[in-house]
Design a binder for this molecule. Sequence first.
Ligand code: DC
Length: 220
Amino acid sequence: MVVAVDGLAGAGKSTVARAVAAALGCPYLDTGAFYRAVTLAVVRAGADAASEQAVLQVTAAACLDYAAGAMLLDGEDVSEAVRTPEVGALVSAVSAFPEVRRLVVERQRDWVEEHGGRVVVEGRDIGTVVFPEAAVKVFLTASAAARARRRVADAEAAGQTLQDVEDHLRARDHADSTRAASPLRSAADAVTIDTTDLTVAQVVAVILGLIAEAEGDAGR
Ligand code: DC
């Protein structure tokens, strides 16, 4: 059973998806980390991030894996390296290339199969494209101000203001929502949860309730 957790940048997807996976005792997959790892590989190769051919070549040559919560690029743990502002600034453009997405999605589907199919998967297009048959689909939103506040602790350390963070989140959501290939949007059958005024525990409880319901339906 796949649990798809999609939503806006900074809406709490990672924290919530990890907690749901821990409660279920099943693996968790961060699909955004795959696009970030491809972007890092492009930067390291000195390739042109604006050229689909160049990015595709780097993607095809990259070995992408996710193990024990760590993103692996050619066997190297790049979990921290993919979180730099440089990668963050380029990842929306890199992840907009349809052929690049095709390769990355194929790898993500293989990963879920390799891990037994009972997995919590976090991303932007999981319920719409990667696993349209997912048993449970949620779409997390929150106000831009709340999302910026959650991100600001890390960003302040990097010299950014609250407004900088909010502007960056809005720009990334706009880019991800308006691209032609698999844009960020809620699946028609996803349950939207506005996390602005909810704690992590409350959001997790809602999702665990949806999972129990889906498993009850499947068992009937
Ligand atoms: O979740 P994140 O911020 O690490 O994702 C980084 C970028 O990757 C995001 O701006 C859009 C892209 N992405 C995507 O296109 N599809 C996904 N399933 C996950 C992320």
